[in-house]
Design a protein around this ligand. Structure first.
Ligand code: FCB
Length: 472
């Protein structure tokens, strides 16, 4: 295994600082997460065609230092060693995504056998080592040919997505039980089509709203396709990036700023998925800007079929104030400003606010009851360095993970049905528009040599998982 650590774990006090976690269920899942474009590299191999991220990375100024995922962590060629590393960490499950342009290069038509073979080998390696695969079908790498045909604002893309889900299921459905359709559709829709910060880099709020509807429709169609083809009981879900934001004060204008931001970021996705309809106030906000969601008869039923699990990605939360001169972006409309809470920040500039995760999970439990929750991403970027002793002493990340896992335990104590937790990320990787300078990994990656080094946070997490399992 090409990993190393320069220190003796057993002598390190901070690594022993593991929380008690009295409320998590005995069968709680512990995992690590990645996504295809962020780690795989090999973008031109074995029949893969460009995705919208390959194209976007070529746009001058789109990504810091004009970086791209051409090589990334070279996981496509190092998969066996990477799986050995995951297994050695002792986690129960690994969340990864399938690259659509690898397995269905033109976004339609037959599967590419070589592309599917890579994921078959990955699944076999995982199962052989006792790690349960947790598949995400779409983590943002849309085949460029589908974007050229209109992308997510175009209704047909939802149907293409369901066909692609069927192809992946045909290859892996006999061995994979956990299926996530989409990762963070708000990011695909609003960062991709309204803000232009993510691929495909468009700036058209109406396109973002249409993309939202077609992503959700695609989720519903794909979920049904998976269930129709299932030969064993599957758990089908979707992952949303969620936060229980706050208002800066009780003043009506600030409360309205919160309502609007919460509406676009959270309820525009949660309500159709879990309550069968779009939130009326958000529909009216959009209408005031001249935007109509392109809903057709039957769509809402298609979107709202039951999910077995709701994936929650949590990093931080925001506090919103009304400010007529501000434009927070994110599709929230103008007149909203984020208030600095003065909390410690990660290298991304995101405030470290673990109590928001407890609040969020308790809110989901109360407002959208009956759906089991899994934290599908949580983590932090810091400016890690390999120290002279060969280790990576990322005490801040250990503290981040510790406080957020305690926050999950607290939410369970207050009634939330949380079944698992995935650390983002297994290893440092291509952090989208931020390129490689933002390191989220439990494992450090030296991009010049592709050497992997377990950070202290990996050692801490691994010990937490083994002591948790051992104590139940
Ligand atoms: C999430 C993405 C994930 C990663 C983290 C930091 O929004 O799902 O790929 O970039 O943020």
């Amino acid at each position: 295994m090409p990993t190393h650590t320069g220190r003796d774990v057993n002598t390190t006090t901070a690594l022993d600082d593991r929380p008690a976690l009295r409320h998590l269920p005995a069968d709680f899942l512990w995992g690590v997460a990645t996504s295809s474009y962020q780690i795989e590299g090999a973008v031109g191999e074995d029949g893969r065609t460009p995705s919208i991220w390959d194209t976007f990375c070529r746009v001058p100024g789109a990504v810091v230092d004009q970086e791209n995922g051409d090589v990334a962590c070279d996981h496509y060629h190092r998969m066996t060693d990477d799986v050995a590393m995951i297994a050695a960490m002792g986690v129960n499950t690994y969340r990864f995504s399938i690259a659509w342009p690898r397995v269905q290069p033109h976004g339609r038509g037959p599967a590419n056998r070589k592309g599917l073979d890579f994921y078959k080998r990955l699944v076999d390696e995982l199962l052989g080592r006792g790690v349960d695969p947790w598949i995400t079908l779409y983590h943002w790498d849309l085949p460029q040919e589908l974007e050229d045909a209109g992308g997510w604002p175009h209704r047909d893309t939802a149907h293409r997505f369901a066909d692609y889900a069927g192809l992946v299921h045909d290859a892996l459905g006999d061995r994979v039980r956990n299926w996530t359709t989409l990762n963070e559709p708000w990011c695909s829709a609003y960062l991709g089509y309204a803000e232009g910060m993510h691929a495909p880099g468009r700036r058209d709020p109406a396109a973002a709203a249409a993309a939202t509807h077609h992503l959700l429709l695609g989720h519903g169609l794909a979920a049904q396709r998976l269930r129709d083809r299932a030969t064993q009981p599957l758990k089908v879900g979707i992952t949303l990036n969620l936060s229980d934001h706050l208002a800066a004060s009780d003043a009506p204008a600030d409360l309205d700023a919160l309502r609007r931001a919460d509406g676009i970021a959270n309820r525009l996705y949660l309500d159709p998925l879990l309550r069968g309809g779009y939130p009326q106030d958000v529909v009216e906000d959009l209408r005031r800007s001249g935007i109509e969601l392109p809903v057709r008869d039957g769509d809402l039923e298609q979107i709202a079929q039951p999910v077995d699990v709701l994936g929650v990605n949590y990093y931080s939360y925001n506090t919103y104030a009304s400010d007529s001169s501000a434009d927070e972006g994110g599709g929230y409309g103008t007149g909203i400003r984020t208030v600095d809470r003065g909390a410690e920040r990660t290298a991304m500039g995101w405030e470290v606010l673990p109590e928001g995760l407890t609040r969020l999970l308790v809110r989901l439990h109360r407002e959208y009851p009956g759906t089991p929750l899994v934290i599908t991403e949580n983590g932090a970027a810091y400016d890690d360095r390999v120290a002279d002793d060969g280790g990576v002493h990322d005490a801040e990340r250990v503290a981040y993970f510790r406080s957020h896992i305690v926050a999950v335990d607290e939410a369970v104590a207050r009634g939330a049905d949380v079944r698992g937790y995935f650390a983002w990320s297994l290893m440092d990787n291509f952090e989208w528009a931020e390129g490689y300078r933002r390191r989220f990994g439990l494992v450090h990656v030296d991009y010049a040599t592709q050497r992997r080094t377990l950070k202290d946070s990996a050692l801490w997490y691994s010990r937490l998982v083994s002591s948790f399992s051992g104590s139940r």
